[in-house]
Design a protein. Structure first.
Length: 154
């Protein structure tokens, strides 16, 4: 798995947003299947903020982790999610894009050159009763490529 700090477009491929929610994990699997079917790379985008990042394990209590520590913790968490969901041999080139950015901005930017953007129907935030989360709604409204919105498996 290669890691890239995302700036610019993905020059083709399938982009998927991952935040650790059940819906995004399902979206990851669907996106990998789409990438395989298209013979295209899979771009896994994880946008984060200090509020949404997992706390770095090596950081003692009552201390504030550095941005680099948060970035590393997010990358490691995303690698675990991808490995657990797709296995050791996903059958497709996987590129991680770990971005300190609001999710809609990161996904819309990544989707500029993509064949397809895949997102979960709703992520970790917001109201449980919403059928479509705010990030998915922004992607559907503004993406420069087709968008597939995925619900978690039953």
């Amino acid at each position: 798995m290669g890691e890239q700090t995302f700036r610019g477009d993905t020059a083709g491929g399938v982009v998927v947003g991952v935040d650790g929610s059940a819906s995004s994990k399902r979206a990851l699997q669907v996106a990998a299947d789409e990438a395989k079917a298209r013979g295209a790379p899979l771009h896994v985008v994880r946008a984060w903020s200090i509020r949404t990042a997992p706390r770095p394990a090596e950081c003692p209590p009552n201390t504030m982790p550095s941005v680099e520590q948060f970035h590393r913790a997010v990358r490691e968490d995303t690698e675990r999610i991808v490995q657990k969901r797709l296995g050791d041999d996903p059958g497709v080139e996987v590129n991680l894009h770990i971005v300190h950015s609001p999710p809609p901005q990161a996904l819309l930017e990544a989707a500029r050159g993509a064949e397809l953007l895949v997102v979960g129907h709703r992520g970790r935030g917001g109201f449980a009763g919403l059928l479509l989360g705010s990030v998915a709604e922004q992607c559907v409204r503004h993406a420069a490529c087709p968008v597939l919105v995925v619900r978690p498996s039953i």
